[in-house]
Write a protein that binds this ligand. Structure first.
Ligand SMILES: [Zn+2]
Length: 324
């Protein structure tokens, strides 16, 4: 079986839970499914790019500028007609997307936000920190220009890749030992959040904090370090002597409840091993933990929804195994 292909499986087979779960279990964990069940095609990358760039890569609502965006269909709304026409869509942050869904803005206001080049330029200027060299500060260690900051069992928990315009794009996949929804952010785009007891994503996008009832926790904070002196003072180390400033630092703390993986701003506890004070530069991966033997259970519903798509044939659904 080639996992990069679409596979059509008769529904009667998938209705048999034993066979269905056998099929799921035969898929290695480093494959991931990428479909949606909304009846609408997923938004093409070229449309996302157009929407992001027309608002200056940040939420266009006055005073916001949050770079973590969602895409709002408003002219017409998707419940009237499913579409991915960029003329009737706008990129907004999660908070303002919710407001837009609640009818806070008129169609005309949203069209004006799309057209307002001055606003887009202001938003873009406020996000210059996303174009600087990146110093990740994770569990008391430092990773310079290292895009995949934390990888566990082949899953990139936190990664920051640059788009063609040089802006850092944040991707987050939280792991959990519970079969519950956890955060998924892909290239600054919210795909899933679940039900955190606490979620903070303030305007400008410099912080992101999520806490779940079982203790799963993630905190990201971006800090602009204008000079070596500022970095030295903040982290009490001379380790940055060879870096050229300014840089943007991202501080990451993470706990996966029920495991021995705990990354605080001071040190890393990984299976009883404690590491701190190292600087890695220009590596592909920062913290890489493999073969934990833990059975990760997060996002079961999300995985299932992304796996299966209806087809024109009543009793056939399409299952897409595409490489992550
Ligand atoms: Zn906003």
């Amino acid at each position: 079986m080639n996992f990069s292909d679409n596979i059509n499986i008769p529904l009667r087979i998938l209705k048999n839970p034993n066979i269905f779960f056998y099929l799921l279990n035969t898929i290695k964990s480093n494959y991931f499914w990428t479909l949606n069940m909304s009846g609408r095609q997923s938004i093409p990358p070229v449309v996302k790019k157009k929407l992001r760039s027309e608002v200056g890569f940040g939420c266009p609502v006055k005073g916001c500028g949050n770079p973590y965006l969602e895409y709002h269909h408003f002219d017409p709304p998707v419940n009237i007609k499913p579409h991915n026409d960029p003329e009737g869509m706008i990129a907004l942050c999660a908070q303002h997307h919710k407001k837009a869904d609640g009818g806070a803005y008129t169609v005309e206001q949203l069209h004006n936000l799309k057209k307002d080049k001055f606003n887009a330029t202001v938003v873009k200027g406020n996000l210059d920190w996303l174009r600087r060299d990146l110093l990740a500060v994770v569990g008391g260690n430092f990773y310079f220009e290292t895009p995949k900051i934390i990888t566990v069992d082949g899953v990139d928990l936190v990664s920051l890749l640059r788009d063609e315009d040089g802006y850092l794009r944040l991707s987050v996949n939280m792991l959990s030992c519970l079969a519950e929804e956890r955060i998924i952010i892909k290239d600054n785009y919210w795909e899933n959040v679940g039900f955190p007891v606490d979620l903070r994503s303030p305007p400008q996008g410099k912080e992101l904090e999520a806490r779940y009832h079982n203790g799963d926790y993630l905190y990201l904070r971006f800090i602009e370090l204008e000079s070596f002196e500022k970095a030295q003072k903040r982290y009490s180390t001379n380790i940055f002597e060879d870096l050229s400033f300014p840089v943007t630092a991202v501080e990451v703390s993470m706990t996966i409840a029920g495991t021995s993986i705990e990354l605080t701003n001071k040190s890393s506890f990984l299976g009883g091993l404690q590491v701190a004070g190292c600087l890695l530069s220009n590596c592909d991966g920062g913290i890489v933990i493999e073969n934990t033997g833990i059975s990760w259970k997060q996002n079961p519903k999300f995985r299932h929804e992304m796996l299966v798509e209806k087809t024109d044939h009543e009793n056939v659904i399409k299952v897409n195994f595409s490489r992550r």
